[in-house]
Design a protein around this ligand. Structure first.
Ligand SMILES: O=c1ccn([C@@H]2O[C@H](COP(=O)(O)O)[C@@H](O)[C@H]2O)c(=O)[nH]1
Length: 311
């Protein structure tokens, strides 16, 4: 498989070129969207899902445009859109489309996984193509999605198949950033913790799909809030790119994520959602200016920390 995997190599080439391993999480919250945007849509559509969806799209496009100089990877979390029904899902779809239009990469944070046949439908919906008679249509065209391995390997296989067919990628939940992630993930099965067992699976899948850059498009989600575990997991999954949430609002900082990277500054994508989207609420600036500054600062802190460690 080495060398055939283009998405991951393209991603790594851009991380190097743009010196940016950051991901901007697009988690729109109605109560935190600037009043001026909401006002315009409430006037046009009243207190409806349509007004919310239009506001979300306006806000997201503004954020994407503002941070493009320091970020090219975006992670919309689908739950924030689903709560606004069909219109919310449309805003999710259009957000993904807009990221693609401006040359960005989309990680659909969908955290899916079910029995094999249902996982296949999820995988087709978010990574593949739906067949209707003689036509094949893309439903949601993400580059990567997040997946939940709790149902076992047959729930993962359909996603891996779509990755191979359509040159897409997945991030498997390994050690999540939330405070109670250890309740299940840290339990021992024999001498191995559950999250380590999942890391072994991910490693097994990733070595079969490693690209020229030495990484696979089968990646792992590992929280910035567990830096010790992050370090050990880096050793366990040397070919997997990590998606690292937990930076910013959840307490993680540049020092906590540095072990996720290899000596070339590759191997990790660090996500920040609230800390960038709603930076304006702390600074009182225009939301785009504040988001741009927050993204630039995050990128600079991580680059500085990587340089410090490399010395
Ligand atoms: O372990 C995990 C997995 C996913 N997430 C998601 O990342 C963002 C984090 O948002 P912040 O505002 O930067 O805290 C959010 O979409 C989560 O659902 C995570 O936090 N931890």
């Amino acid at each position: 498989m080495r060398g055939e995997n283009m998405l991951i190599d393209h991603l790594n080439a851009r991380i190097i070129k743009e010196k940016s391993p950051i991901v901007v999480g697009l988690d729109p919250r109605w109560d935190l969207i600037p009043e001026a945007i909401k006002h315009e849509n409430l006037k046009a559509y009243g207190e409806t899902f349509k007004a919310v969806a239009e506001s979300i799209l306006h806000f997201n496009k503004g954020i994407i445009d503002a941070v493009m100089e320091s970020a090219f990877v975006f992670k919309p979390q689908i739950a924030f859109y689903e709560q606004y029904g069909i219109e919310g899902i449309e805003a999710y779809y259009k957000t993904c489309q807009y990221v693609k239009e401006v040359g960005g990469i989309v990680i659909g944070d969908i955290k899916r996984g079910d029995i094999g046949s249902t996982s296949e439908a999820y995988a087709i919906a978010h990574l593949g193509e739906t067949t209707i008679g003689n036509r094949s249509l893309k439903a949601f065209d993400s580059d990567f999605v997040t997946i939940n391995p709790y149902l076992g390997s047959d729930c993962i296989a359909p996603f891996l198949n779509q990755c191979q067919t359509h040159d897409k990628g997945v991030f498997v939940l390994v050690k999540t950033s939330n405070p109670s992630s250890g309740e299940l993930q840290d339990l021992f099965v024999g001498n191995t913790r559950i999250y380590e067992r999942i890391a072994d699976w991910v490693h097994g899948w990733s070595i079969k799909t490693t690209g020229n850059s030495g990484y696979s498009s089968v990646g792992a989600v590992v929280g910035a809030t567990y830096p010790e575990e992050l370090k050990r997991l880096r050793e366990k999954m040397p070919n997997s790119i990590f998606l690292v949430p937990g930076y910013g609002a959840q307490g993680g900082g540049a020092k906590d994520v540095v072990e996720a990277f290899d000596s070339n500054g590759l191997g990790a994508l660090i996500n920040n959602s609230r800390g960038i989207l709603y930076a304006y609420r702390k600074t009182g600036e225009n939301y785009q200016i504040a988001a741009k500054k927050a993204a630039n600062e995050m990128k600079a802190s991580i680059v500085l920390e990587l340089e410090r460690v490399a010395k």
